[in-house]
Design a protein around this ligand. Structure first.
Ligand SMILES: [Zn+2]
Length: 413
């Protein structure tokens, strides 16, 4: 593979990542459904769930269960006695819909936790079936809890001191993305609108004074990003402070999980909220096809931190900081092409995936000019919405928008 250094023309790196690309169409109608219903025993840190997986007879299912215990399994009309010692993942040939009842314990020793005050589930908290599914989740929690998960549509119903939250996500999700769940009894909330999009903010009660500001900031970031990239891709947005103190924020389809540190941080120009909202377009609206590198962090960083610094007249300083970081921690010691970045695992990989990629995006903008650059970005989003795209798609969009062969630029540099 040809390697191009950051100091070269931006296009060079795009050329270097030109790898095989498989277009993954994620049109909702083509994908089977995964209906999940869960309840909790908070005192014991336990989840009990029932998964109904749509499958045509003859289809081979590969099911990863991790530390979950399968209580019963029905394959079509046949009841299968689960063998606790069977290997993981287990595979079976479907005879019709597959129904799995299971339980699991999460004591917080890993990232997932279930206790009396909060629930956070991001890892293997339901049997993960290989492939792309359209997920629907029903979660029963005590009345004083609020629950958040991916979903354009959410219904809350109350019965017998418990509430059920029903989430409907009309966008098929790949198995390794899946769905996540967070709930807390310790949130203060504010509900507002951004255009016709319901916007809810949940912060831990000690940060209740920040609710109004968070709503206003989210509205501003949405407005700025929409002006550049086209409509926000989902029908609702929830911003929740993570009830578990982990060191990073996350962006899921339709919701954002802010780290406790970032909620209390004051630096508006490097806002985690802005970055995670930008992921609604880059990484969630258009999914990153990791074959050929994860471009989502670079674009989210550019359209949040970098543009915010530019608005404040500090774009140049921001770029200089990114280049200095690249010089100090990556150049000559830990260089690798953007095509190999999947997620940040250490400081050099973080600098490559976020800062170096953002600098490449900036160079593309300089080369194309603002009008063509932003028009190309809007095309990239609208043409790849709700499906996976790679650096190659981005390159193709830019070549079309600028009538330039980015490959030739690289070769002549
Ligand atoms: Zn990110």
């Amino acid at each position: 593979m040809k390697e191009c250094r950051i100091a070269h023309v931006a296009a060079a790196i795009l050329l270097a990542v030109a790898l095989a690309f498989v277009e993954v169409s994620l049109a909702a109608t083509e994908h089977p459904t995964y209906d999940l219903a869960v309840a909790f025993d908070l005192a014991k840190g336990k989840i009990v769930g029932s998964a109904k997986i749509e499958a045509r007879p003859g289809a081979e299912l590969t099911i990863t269960r991790g530390d979950l215990r399968i209580l019963s399994l029905r394959n079509g009309s046949r009841r299968v006695v689960p063998d606790a010692r069977a290997s993981d993942p287990l595979t079976l040939r479907a005879e019709g819909p597959v129904e799995i009842r299971y339980e699991g314990s999460f004591d917080g020793s890993d990232v997932d936790v279930i206790d009396r005050d909060r629930i956070l589930l991001r890892n293997i908290w339901y049997p993960v079936v290989e492939g792309t599914y359209r997920y629907r989740l029903k979660a029963k929690v005590p009345r004083e809890f609020v629950a958040v998960s991916e979903g354009d549509y959410v219904r809350r119903t109350e019965a017998g001191g418990e509430v059920t939250f029903a989430f409907d996500l009309p966008y098929p999700q790949r198995d390794w993305d899946g769905i996540t769940f967070v709930a807390s009894r310790q949130w203060a909330s504010r509900h507002a609108m951004y255009r016709d999009i319901p916007l809810s903010v949940y912060l831990l009660r000690r940060n209740a004074a920040r609710l109004e500001d968070t709503v206003r900031q989210a509205q501003r970031y949405l407005q700025q990003l929409e002006a550049l990239l086209g409509p926000y891709p989902f029908k609702r947005l929830v911003i929740a402070e993570n009830p578990v103190p982990i060191g990073y924020s996350l962006s899921m389809l339709t919701y954002i999980l802010l780290s406790q540190d970032s909620v209390e941080a004051e630096a508006a120009e490097d806002s985690a909220l802005n970055h995670e909202i930008a992921h609604a377009w880059f990484g969630n609206g258009v999914l990153a096809d990791y074959e050929g590198g994860n471009w989502g962090e670079g674009l989210a960083s550019y359209f949040s931190d970098h543009l915010e610094n530019e608005r404040l007249g500090r774009g140049w300083e921001r770029r200089q900081r990114m280049m200095a970081a690249n010089q100090s921690f990556v150049a000559g010691r830990a260089e690798s092409p953007l095509s190999e970045f999947e997620q940040s695992s250490d400081q050099p990989s973080r600098i490559i995936g976020y800062a170096k990629a953002a600098l490449v995006v900036h160079m593309l903008r300089r080369q194309a000019g603002d009008e063509r650059f932003f028009s190309a970005m809007r095309s990239f989003v609208s043409e790849n919405l709700y499906r996976a795209a790679s650096w190659s798609e981005l390159r193709k969009t830019f070549e079309r928008a600028t009538a330039t062969d980015l490959g030739k630029l690289c070769a002549s540099d």
